[in-house]
Each structure stands twice: as structure tokens, then as C-alpha cells.
Design a protein around this ligand. Structure first.
Ligand SMILES: [Zn+2]
Length: 79
């Protein structure tokens, strides 16, 4: 993952928070599928990040996605 500090409000693809509809904030940006997306506050961003991680882990567990980049986030696999 790129350094979050490099994310710029100007690069965000959305202008309003999907949760609240408020304008996005420069301290509440993250990357989704390689593009910058913004939220009104870090709490909204973290809620989104948790949802994405949840779905990606679920998909990976079904073999629907390539190996996750971070092995520590891999679901409990039985060999
Ligand atoms: Zn928000």
C-alpha cells in the first residue's frame, strides 16, 4: 500500500462522504482499487476499510481473489 500521507484531496474521485453526504476531508482519504476515495472523517474511512477487508477476506477464502498481500490478514486456512 502506498503511504497514506501521499494521498491528496485533489486526487479523490468523490466529493462527498458516502455515509453522511458531507464534503470529504483531506485527513480521511484511502485507496480503493488504486484510486483515491474520500470520507468526511477518519471514522467513516475506517468503517469503509473494514468493510472492504471483510469482503476481500471472504472472497479470498472462496478462492475468488488472488493471494492477499498481507499474509497476517489471511483467513484461518486448514491444510
Ligand atoms: Zn462520513
Amino acid at each position: 500500500m502506498p503511504d497514506m500521507a501521499q494521498l491528496s484531496l485533489a486526487d479523490a474521485v468523490n466529493e462527498s462522504c458516502p455515509w453522511s453526504g458531507k464534503p470529504i476531508s483531506a485527513d480521511s482519504l484511502t485507496l480503493y482499487r488504486g484510486v483515491v476515495v474520500g470520507f468526511c472523517n477518519p471514522g467513516c474511512r475506517d468503517k469503509f476499510a473494514a468493510a472492504v477487508e471483510h469482503f476481500e477476506r471472504a472472497a479470498a477464502a472462496r478462492g475468488a481473489l488472488p493471494e492477499p498481500n498481507d499474509p497476517s490478514h489471511a483467513p484461518g486456512v486448514t491444510e
